[in-house]
Design a binder for this molecule. Structure first.
Ligand SMILES: [Zn+2]
Length: 346
């Protein structure tokens, strides 16, 4: 079959690889109907050092179950399923607490690390009963792009809002106008926030952010951006800052914006280990730090009904689509910010 391999920074290829097969009794084999390129794929695309072997890419997909192992009980051949970006058993103590990205099962983990990737024609899914969720629509449903966001970006934006404690009493700032930032706006609105400041400078994206519920847009960054958000909030800043970028400068921007006693919630993968956490940054005004890899598996049942009944339309983040052969160009367009998020239809 054809699959996407990353060889190093800027070097993504679609190549023939061995067909995946069910190899453990808890596996399923899924024929991929829709997949996509993630903003987080752009980190290795920008900086990955060549390794001994290329890395399989893709951690968001919807597909049709083609085969199952003998111990899979909740799925049948022909089921349409969505996969979260993490493999989990949905049964261990951490999964039962809704923290599927910390699943204790030895075969739990992230796509790519499993040797499998979703930007392909098919995929072997470990721990299929725990990982996959059935979708109650046909494979040609117009809802597929929105349902695909349950794999990562919608659940990740929602996680930022949930761990940040967003509700109808909180004012919120979202840093970042990528797909996760825009869906963090949607999630904050869904949880009741009425004042949502979106920090981003790409007009088409911030317009979509407004459609998702942003009440104010601040294109400036750094000190100027901090000052503008403070001005919008009577000098106080916002109760919650959803940091959806992952750079240290975005973290420092969040510290400048968060209200006394507020929360900085991070879901952008931090590209730094060292950053201020001391007296002047967090401690002095009881600022809390939250966030992490989103346990999107825990949120699918809660978020899916709003997609099915049309209350939310997170699939609007896809502004381009391609078959497998167009994936290298899709990475390029996302890295150049020509595309917000590229849908893959193998
Ligand atoms: Zn688990």
């Amino acid at each position: 079959m054809r699959a996407t391999l990353m060889y190093g920074a800027g070097d993504v290829r679609v190549e023939n690889v061995p067909d995946p097969v069910v190899s453990l009794p808890t596996d399923a084999l899924v024929r991929i109907a829709a997949s996509c390129i993630c903003g987080s794929d752009l980190w290795p695309y920008g900086s990955m050092q060549p390794q001994d072997r290329p890395v399989r890419m893709g951690h968001e997909f919807i597909g049709i179950v083609e085969d199952i192992g003998s111990e899979v009980t909740t799925l049948r051949r022909g089921d349409l399923v969505v996969a979260p970006f993490a493999v989990s058993d949905n049964a261990c103590p951490f999964c039962r607490e809704g923290l599927h990205t910390s699943c204790a099962h030895p075969r739990a983990g992230f796509w790519g690390g499993t040797g499998e990737g979703g930007q392909a024609e098919a995929i072997r899914v470990p721990l299929a009963d725990g990982t996959l969720v059935k979708l109650p629509v046909a494979p040609d449903s117009a809802l597929l792009p929105s349902l695909l966001t349950l794999s990562d970006v919608l659940g990740t934006g929602h996680h930022a809002a949930v761990t940040g404690g967003v509700d109808e009493r909180t004012r919120v700032t979202v840093i970042g106008d990528g797909a996760v930032g825009l869906l963090a706006v949607l999630a904050a609105r869904r949880l009741g926030a009425e004042r949502i400041v979106l920090m981003g400078r790409h007009r088409a994206r911030t317009d979509l952010g407004r459609a998702f519920g942003a009440t104010d847009v601040v294109p400036a960054r750094g000190g100027e951006g901090i000052e503008q958000v403070r001005e919008l909030t009577g000098g106080e800043g916002t109760h919650v800052v959803l940091e959806c970028v992952g750079t240290r400068s975005a973290y420092e921007q969040a510290l400048g914006i968060v209200r006394r006693g507020g929360v900085v919630s991070r879901v952008g993968i931090p590209q730094y280990e060292d950053a201020p956490v001391g007296f002047g940054s967090l401690f002095r005004h009881n600022i809390r730090l939250a966030g992490g890899p989103a346990p999107v598996r825990a949120y699918i049942e809660e978020l899916m009904p709003d997609i099915l009944d049309g209350t939310i339309e997170p699939g609007r983040v896809f502004d381009a689509a391609t078959p497998l052969d167009g994936i290298p160009a899709g990475y390029r367009d996302m890295a150049d910010r020509k595309s917000l998020k590229v849908l893959i239809r193998p």
